[in-house]
Write a protein that binds this ligand. Structure first.
Ligand code: PEP
Ligand code: MN
Length: 362
């Protein structure tokens, strides 16, 4: 029987770390009463710096085994080494997850996949810490290649310098969306705890994940979050988890409401025609840019003129405001368009250089 049920969201909850037997049992009692489908806990913790709590190892596995038997609650832990897999299987864990710092390393992922050859257990692969969809997919493929039948992806955000947008790890939604585009059947789970790093924002990101059609959520839960031995700021109590889940609005990808379907079809056709116009206009813009490149070349001017670009950014921002569009979005879009224009004009300038060289050396 498959562990991952189809009802959305599939909920995985439990503490960042299994700290004590009492903490594990207390959390599992509350979560199983709420109907959480899978209990998570860290047994070996990947800590950024040495000297911090690194998990209770095999002792914690005994507590998880006891909680599983007492509350009939399936269990999942992070594994980062083949020896972890051996112990996880020995203690009857029901699913494994691969941490973000492991997914980045294809050698290590392959060691783990080799240790799972011929084993029937679901594996959830967290995104690598860097924004590389191929690396994420590659790790997933390594587990599939050794015969793991139930593989899921966990989106936990990506490292960046500083805390832009107030996140602990940047969500970079286009990355999980691209993974799902390439692998539509893949179960996608969002981990709002590690994305936000703050318990206050978990509900907001969980809702966003539902609206992006994720299938599951992994949320760190602790009976007394402020006393947690790791990731205290991002854990919620089981009661808070209940509240977050009960206020989620779960929308469907498709609807059987025919009037909704017709309206959407009509709006999609309008949008498709606007998209075609945007591309036609971009082609015209590029043509103009090419002509400007020729003038710049003939007048010995640089392709890029900082003052002109500053003026364009201001104009774009003003126009965006007029339509109540976010300035940052329009400016970022124009940066891309402008970069391409400059790239083409540079090629025109460079061609002139080549022509000159040729005429100098017939
Ligand atoms: C965790 O889930 O506790 C964890 C360490 O996650 P990540 O690999 O996403 O940092
Ligand atoms: Mn954690």
């Amino acid at each position: 029987m498959s562990l991952f049920t189809t009802a959305r969201p599939f909920v995985i909850a439990g503490p960042c770390s299994a700290e004590t037997r009492e903490q594990v049992m207390e959390t599992a009692a509350a979560l199983s009463a709420m109907g959480v489908q899978l209990f998570r806990a860290g047994v070996w913790k990947p800590r950024t710096r040495p000297g911090q709590f690194e998990g209770n190892g095999a002792a914690a596995l005994e507590w998880l085994q006891e909680a599983k038997a007492t509350y009939n609650l399936p269990m999942t832990i992070e594994v980062a080494e083949p020896a972890h897999i051996e112990l996880a299987l020995k203690y009857g864990m029901d699913a494994l997850w691969i941490g973000a710092r492991t997914t980045v390393n294809p050698f290590q992922v392959q060691h783990l996949a080799d240790a799972l050859r011929g084993v029937d257990i679901p594996v959830m692969v967290k995104n690598p810490v860097n924004t590389d969809v191929d690396l994420w997919m590659g790790a997933i493929e390594r587990f599939e290649a050794v015969g793991i039948k139930e593989v899921a992806a966990i989106h936990r955000g990506f490292s960046g310098y500083g805390a832009a947008g107030g996140y602990r790890n940047q969500p970079n939604w286009p990355i999980p969306i691209e993974l799902k585009r390439r692998r539509p059947e893949l179960m996608m789970i969002c981990d709002p705890s590690h994305i936000t790093g703050k318990r206050e924002r978990i509900g907001e990101i969980a809702q966003k994940a539902m609206d992006m059609h994720f299938e599951g959520l992994m949320i760190e839960t602790h009976p007394r979050p402020d006393e947690a031995w790791s990731d205290a700021a991002q854990q919620v109590t089981p009661e808070k988890l209940q509240e977050i889940l009960s206020t989620l609005v779960v929308r469907e990808e498709y609807t059987t409401d025919m009037s909704g379907v017709m309206q959407l079809e009509y709006l999609r056709q309008l949008m498709d025609s606007i998209d075609s116009e945007i591309i036609d206009l971009l082609a015209k813009r590029m043509e103009l840019s090419g002509k400007m490149g020729e003038v710049k070349r003939d007048c010995n001017m640089t392709a890029y003129q900082p003052a002109r670009w500053r003026e364009m950014v201001e104009k774009c921002a003003e126009r965006a405001e007029l339509h109540l569009l976010p300035k940052e979005f329009i400016v970022a879009l124009y940066e891309k368009i402008h970069d391409e224009s400059i790239r083409q004009q540079l090629a025109i300038l460079e061609d002139k250089g080549k022509l000159k060289l040729k005429s100098e050396n017939p």
